[in-house]
Ligand binder design. Structure first.
Ligand SMILES: Cc1cc2nc3c(=O)[nH]c(=O)nc-3n(C[C@H](O)[C@H](O)[C@H](O)COP(=O)(O)OP(=O)(O)OC[C@H]3O[C@@H](n4cnc5c(N)ncnc54)[C@H](O)[C@@H]3O)c2cc1C
Length: 384
């Protein structure tokens, strides 16, 4: 895509976001509401479905264009976390679904008839140690019967479908710890009350995360995504796209903070002059701007490599780490620049500050990225 087309995407996304405005997000944050209208408009206007191929009703664009959409949403002061998973969870169905699954789900996801916003991996007792997860799916005739528990599963109450990762073979019985895991497409409405219990978690940001309890949930065998026992690959394949998109959101958050901080530093007068005239106020904003823009270069690199089909695990991870740290620092600088007003909700900064903090922890924490780089890029000894 040309630079003009990218500018056009940015402009259209921004216009859409401007129709909602920051007060819309503040109100949702207060009442823990879901941005149903925003997500609907983002879908019908084609932005949330940019990654779905044209034959299934999407725009058939790449992760780079998707990253631009996410970045612009966050820069506008909106909260892309309410809907970002639709982009990358869909990728698991696209890459690993069989023809019937793709025909059944992708056109409806593209039209907005079905929402695939939920991704069930994390468990309370095993956390980052994914291959040790305990939720079991046992084959029983034409079904798999699922028992276990998940935690922090976001947007499930606002989703028709969830991609679930469970063990189909005990870890003790497989040669490699990544074997014996399987991915499933779960019809959330049908499952709820029939073996699936959903309990919302009260949390620091409006992310709609829940605990899930599985008690003999029956999933039709045809809902297996990819091969039985090879579900880890189904999940892993989506992770690079997820990291790039979330990194782009962080850059959007960072640019949002810099926009706000530089404008306020220019307007606000104390001691008879703009506070931004003091280098003690100006330099942290300039430094933060530099860090955010540097992080964007890594996001661009990772996205381009992803779209070219090149291995980009290192770049996607580095992009996520650099941008989540840069956006958090930009948030801190923005808070400091606004002084006491940073704490007033009507300034919106404290909400974005809470939201952007998540990305140093989820979907993968910084330490785990560092261990990936240390081991897989720099060939240092494995730590776990
Ligand atoms: C708001 C929110 C939304 C989420 N949404 C989803 C979702 O939709 N779906 C989903 O499946 N999950 C979701 N998660 C879960 C998220 O992916 C995990 O919280 C994250 O992967 C970290 O896992 P954990 O919380 O269990 O931390 P732990 O694994 O317990 O780790 C705790 C800390 O210890 C560090 N640590 C652990 N092991 C090591 C080690 N060997 N070396 C160095 N440091 C280590 C980690 O870096 C981390 O900082 C969400 C989480 C939150 C908070």
């Amino acid at each position: 895509m040309s630079a003009t087309d990218i500018d056009e995407i940015r402009k259209s996304v921004r216009q859409l976001c401007d129709r909602y405005g920051e007060d819309y997000w503040l109100e949702l944050d207060r009442e823990r509401g879901y941005p149903t209208e925003f997500v609907k408009e983002l879908t019908t206007s084609g932005f949330l479905t940019v990654l779905i191929p044209e034959e299934y009703g999407g725009a058939g664009l790449g992760v780079y264009e998707a990253a631009v959409v996410m970045e612009e949403i966050c820069r506008a002061g909106a909260h892309a976390g309410a809907c970002h998973a639709q982009m990358y969870v869909m990728g698991s169905v696209l890459r690993h679904g069989n023809d019937e699954q793709k025909k059944a789900y992708l056109p409806k996801i593209a039209s907005g008839e079905l929402r695939l916003q939920s991704f069930g991996v994390t468990e309370p007792t095993t956390g980052t140690d994914t291959t040790n997860l305990k939720t079991m799916a046992r084959r029983d005739g034409d079904n798999y019967v699922v028992n276990g528990q998940k935690v922090w599963i976001s947007r499930i109450e606002h989703s028709d479908l969830m991609v679930l990762l469970a063990r189909t073979t005990d870890r003790a019985e497989v040669a490699k710890k990544t074997d014996g895991l399987s991915a499933f497409i779960v019809d959330v409405q049908a499952a709820q009350g029939n073996g699936l219990e959903i309990r919302p978690i009260e949390s620091m940001i409006n992310h709609h995360s829940c605990e899930l309890f599985f008690d003999d949930l029956h999933i039709p065998a045809e809902n297996l995504l990819g091969e039985e026992g090879k579900g880890f690959k189904v999940i892993l394949d989506g992770m690079n796209a997820e990291r790039v998109l979330i990194a782009a959101e962080c850059v959007g958050d960072g640019r949002y903070f810099i926009d706000k901080a530089s404008a306020y530093a220019t307007d606000r007068e104390v001691f008879g002059r703009p506070i931004g005239q003091n280098q003690g106020v100006q330099f942290p904003i300039a430094r933060s701007y530099t860090e955010v823009e540097a992080a964007w270069l890594m996001v661009e690199k990772a996205a381009r490599m992803f779209d070219a089909g090149e291995p980009c695990g290192a770049e996607a991870n580095m992009a996520k780490m650099l941008s989540s740290e840069a956006s958090w620092k930009a948030g801190d600088v923005c808070m400091q620049t606004h002084g006491g007003f940073a704490f007033a909700k009507e300034y919106h900064i404290e909400r974005k500050f809470r939201e952007t903090r998540l990305y140093q922890i989820a979907p993968i924490s910084t330490n785990l990225i560092l261990s990936y780089i240390g081991e897989h890029v720099l060939n240092m000894p494995r730590s776990f």
